[in-house]
Design a protein around this ligand. Sequence first.
Ligand code: BTN
Length: 260
Amino acid sequence: MSESEKWPPIYLFDEVVSTNDLALAAPSKQAVHGACWAADYQTKGRGRREVGGGRRVWFSPRGANLYLSVLLRPELDPSRASGLTLATAAGVCGLLREECGVDVWVKWPNDLLVGTRKLGGILSEAVSGPKGLESVVVGLGINVNLAAEQIPEELSGIMTSLRVESGRDFDRFGLLQAIRKRVLEYSARYTRGGYASILDELREYDRTKGREVSVLRDGSWVEAISRGISDDGGLRVEVGGVTQDMHAGEVRFSMQGADK
Ligand code: BTN
């Protein structure tokens, strides 16, 4: 979209259950490509599905972070929708590095990290109908001005924020606009050019490559070495000397791999 064109609306809320829920339930008049729902506080922000089926609740305190959902209507086969999460990760990781000067990394497939601490997460939810993919809601939670003292004890050591990393506060609305713009740019890029169009950046920002990780196999965690992002957006891992590509599932740093 050129600068002179009108941007789709951003709907701002003080308190919501989940911005993804709002975007998914939006009436058709509001649900235009690029529309964005953002809130200062979520009572039940949704995280990624856990192995076993449950959902993590996304820690969403008031007045500090960004919780937003961008509605996309890309012309994509439903089988390609999951790539929008990686496209968003690449675009937003680069943006936060450039705009905030923080050394942000991607942990496949949906985490934004500083070191091994979580700075943000992406939850994409696709809606398909008889004619194929109707829309994809890309939800992002980014810890922005959260102070170290606001991080609950059970999350300290595994969560961080732009403020904790840089020692300064950021203009959340400015960042919200820039992130929405990035999501649109990178989703358009991926829709046109597929994984090839985002791979260089993803590989540059990939935090796992060459590190010792654990991957979930048949319900138990198995030690592996990450060999980085595969050409089709999976994660290549070496388990017991055998290299395989993962296209779904969970990866975590193993104790030895964590801070190296
Ligand atoms: C993850 O588990 O890492 C993904 C977290 C995604 C959280 C964001 S916050 C805004 C949007 N609304 C939600 O309910 N979830 C996403």
